[in-house]
Design a protein around this ligand. Structure first.
Ligand code: TYM
Length: 340
């Protein structure tokens, strides 16, 4: 395949507080923008139906969706190149999910971590809602409707893309070749960014994140409360740099590599305190993300422009989804002599 002939697709769920964090940025946005530059077709959507699994408050959902839309547009997606849309504006995602449910074995979904994680957190099997359980099948529908070659995601979504391939194969084996199998693209750098608690993956719902767009005071608090080297009691103690979240973040965010190296050396020698390292990280953050933060405010004051972008995105992708769904309906027998 020629480099410029591929298509890519990815989505983001407006869950948690709807905040975009640096894990999303380095895990997905950055690689996605790099790939989008050379791609033939680029799909980027807001998985608002997926958010219903955890966000069941109208105001909260509306805020999250707005926040996510503004955030991602602020990263500079060119709406002429990127089809930007909301999942719920294209009802066919849910319709294809219903069809795919019927070729998806229960066991496949039981092995998925979206569901298993909940059980591990102590939620009883009977307490898991069907939306959450069925999450991977909706995700398969999101992808298969548009048949992208590549799906850039963070490490945590890898299994879901594999499940999408499995579901596509079950369908193809039952009804004949219909779906192209997508391939997950996971960039090593930032693929599973550690959270500020130093233990778990950075995540909206765990609240262990460093935001990109929140106000400076909030970001400062997030950075200042980041877990560092627990064995280092005083700033004069030699510190550990490897696997230390604050230096992992410096490596990603801080573009002044000489400064990062100098801070690391001083840290190892017990010649710099956590506070200074964190303050430098805040400055690097404001420098790196300042342009996006500014654009966020500009876009927020221009809702008509946003509506127009979403409308255009929807109009561009809808015919493709309709075509694919028609093919599916023909294969399964929903199209017959009474169809009109
Ligand atoms: P979501 O909203 O949880 O996350 C959006 C993207 O960010 C990545 N990500 C991370 N990457 C690195 N380090 C982290 N700590 C980190 N946290 C999140 C995620 O892997 C994801 O790529 N189910 C998806 C949304 C979705 C989707 C799709 C994606 C729905 N349908 C179809 C691709 C294709 C989700 O909840 O991502």
């Amino acid at each position: 395949m020629k480099k410029t002939q591929y298509s890519i697709l990815t989505g983001i769920t407006p869950s948690g507080t709807g905040e975009v964090h640096i894990g999303n940025f380095f895990g997905v946005v950055k690689p996605f923008l790099e790939m989008a530059d050379k791609a033939k077709k680029v799909y980027f959507f807001i998985a608002d139906l997926h958010a219903l699994t955890t966000v069941q408050n109208k105001k909260e959902l509306q805020n999250n969706i707005e926040n996510i839309i503004l955030s991602y547009l602020s990263f500079g997606f060119d709406p002429k190149k990127v089809f930007f849309y909301r999942q719920s504006d294209i009802g066919l995602h849910a319709q294809l999910q219903t069809v795919l449910n019927n070729v998806t074995p229960l066991g496949l979904i039981k092995r998925c971590h979206a569901y298993k994680d909940k059980l591990q957190k102590g939620v009883s099997q009977d307490g898991v809602n069907m939306g959450l359980f069925n999450y991977p099948v909706l995700m398969a529908a999101d992808i298969l409707l548009y048949e992208p070659d590549f799906v850039p995601v963070g490490e945590d979504q890898k299994q879901h893309v594999e499940v999408t391939r499995d579901i596509a194969e079950y369908f193809n084996n039952t009804y004949g070749k219909t779906f192209k199998l997508p391939q997950a693209i996971i960039k090593k750098e930032g693929a599973r960014l550690i959270g500020t608690d130093g233990k778990r993956k950075m995540s909206k719902s765990l609240g262990n994140y460093i935001s990109v767009f929140e106000d400076e005071e909030t970001i400062k608090k997030q950075i200042m409360s980041t877990f560092t080297d627990p064995d280092r009691i005083r700033p004069t103690d030699p510190g550990r740099v490897k696997d230390n979240p604050i230096f992992i973040y410096h490596d990603l965010i801080n573009e002044d590599k000489n400064q990062v190296e100098a801070l690391k050396q001083r840290y190892k020698q017990g010649k710099v305190g956590d506070v200074e390292v964190k303050e430098e990280l805040l400055q690097a953050h404001l420098k790196k993300f300042g342009q996006y933060r500014k654009r966020y405010q500009e876009l927020k004051n221009n809702p008509d422009k946003i509506k127009d972008i979403l409308k255009q995105g929807t109009q561009k992708v809808k015919p493709q989804a309709e075509d694919k769904m028609r093919q599916v309906e023909e294969k399964i027998g929903l199209v017959n002599k009474y169809s009109f």
